[in-house]
Design a protein around this ligand. Structure first.
Ligand code: CO8
Length: 257
């Protein structure tokens, strides 16, 4: 069945996923979560796909979790359904994912962008964790991933005041990797994703795994982990191809893409 809240387009080796609930500024509901997670599960194991771009509309990447879905729920509903737990499948995806953010990325929307590997922001982007204004707190990683990305001072400021920060502040703080004019957002994100998807897939997957590992372990353990992965890549044909191509002054043609 075709997804209702998501558009899926395959552009070369990139899967472009566009959140599509314009009537609710792409508020994240359970249906959208299932559609996104089913889609990343499908293309996550598809050899023809090397990277993903997750985006929204010009006005909103996503204005948060769907408040209307959550409003009638009680503690037992949330706890027993482990509400919104499935989004972790996106965070656990092994292939690279770029968030292309235009307009609002608030609450769960900001948290969803932070589950991706990096964020490219339009100059119109606005990030925030306004849950406090609803009598709750971030629940999809805002207190954890945002703090790791921007540090305690700004994370506390955003989570406690509920204010929004614009793209420039987000870039200064380290939340986004680059800012582009709104009209160039998608082509920039797709070009970056296509570039990534042209490299050796085991190498891009290991690069992602190694960077993510740095959030979990000591420096010593992280360095050891990185070195093990580095050594292991010498078992791949793509290492032979990549280094031979450099020596022979030609473009590498990676096999495992
Ligand atoms: N949920 C449901 N509907 C929404 C949401 C949302 N988060 N955001 C916007 N909408 C709807 C509005 O209700 C409105 O619908 P309608 O026309 O039927 O009334 C439509 O989208 C357009 O919105 P506005 O008219 O409000 O548009 P404005 O341009 O005036 O304002 C804002 C844009 C500032 C973005 C405003 O819509 C807003 O403040 N939205 C809510 C932002 C927010 O508080 N987000 C956090 C939600 S809580 C959350 O994300 C928790 C995540 C953790 C879950 C973890 C579970 C374990």
């Amino acid at each position: 069945m075709a997804p209702k809240s998501l558009r899926i387009e395959i552009r070369g080796r990139v899967a472009l996923l566009t959140l599509n609930r314009p009537e609710a500024l792409n508020a994240l509901n359970s249906e959208m979560m299932d559609e996104v997670c089913d889609t990343v599960a499908k293309y996550g194991t598809d050899d023809k796909i090397g990277a993903f771009v997750l985006t929204g509309s010009e006005k909103a990447f996503a204005a948060g979790a769907d408040i209307k879905e959550m409003q009638p729920q009680g503690y037992m509903d949330m706890y027993m359904s482990d509400f919104f737990n499935r989004w972790n499948e996106l965070a656990a995806l092994r292939k690279p994912v770029i968030a292309a953010v235009s307009g609002y990325a608030l609450g769960g929307g900001c948290e969803l962008a932070m589950m991706c590997d990096f964020i490219i922001a339009a100059d119109t982007a606005k990030f925030g964790q306004p849950e406090i204004t609803l009598g709750v707190i971030p629940g999809m990683g805002g207190s954890q991933r945002l703090t790791r990305a921007v540090g305690k001072a700004k994370a506390m400021d955003l989570c406690l005041t509920g204010r929004m920060m614009d793209a420039e502040e987000a870039e200064r703080a380290g939340l986004v990797s680059r800012i582009v004019p709104a009209g160039e957002l998608l082509e920039t994100a797709l070009a970056a994703a296509e570039k990534i998807a042209g490299f050796s897939l085991p190498a891009t997957m290991m690069a992602k795994e190694a960077v993510n590992r740095s959030f979990e372990v000591t420096l010593e353990e992280g360095l050891r982990f990185e070195r093990r992965l580095f050594h292991s890549l010498f078992a791949t044909e793509d290492q032979k191809e990549g280094m031979s191509a450099f020596v022979e002054k030609r473009k590498a043609a990676f096999k495992h893409r």
